[in-house]
Design a protein around this ligand. Structure first.
Ligand code: ZN
Length: 77
């Protein structure tokens, strides 16, 4: 049975994420750098939290290709 994991975001991160256009959200989620694959990959099982300074959003998850941990910072406008 497939288990679907939904993004776990803090309330602040959820607000931040909700303001980003869907088109751009997809772009962000499919362009995360994986150090194992040495290239851009999609992120799976991601969670989101705001960084303390500056209010940037940190996405943490797994590489869709190899499962290695990947992260991406989404800068505040
Ligand atoms: Zn990878």
């Amino acid at each position: 049975m497939a288990i679907l994991k939904f993004p776990e975001f803090t309330p602040e991160a959820r607000d931040f994420w909700a303001k980003i256009p869907t088109q751009y959200q997809k772009l962000i989620l499919s362009n995360v750098y994986c150090t194992q694959c040495c290239g851009m990959v999609s992120i799976l099982d991601y969670s989101g939290a705001l960084l303390d300074d500056g209010g940037d959003l940190l996405l943490k998850g797994k590489c869709a290709k190899c499962g290695h941990a990947v992260a991406r910072i989404v800068e505040h406008d």
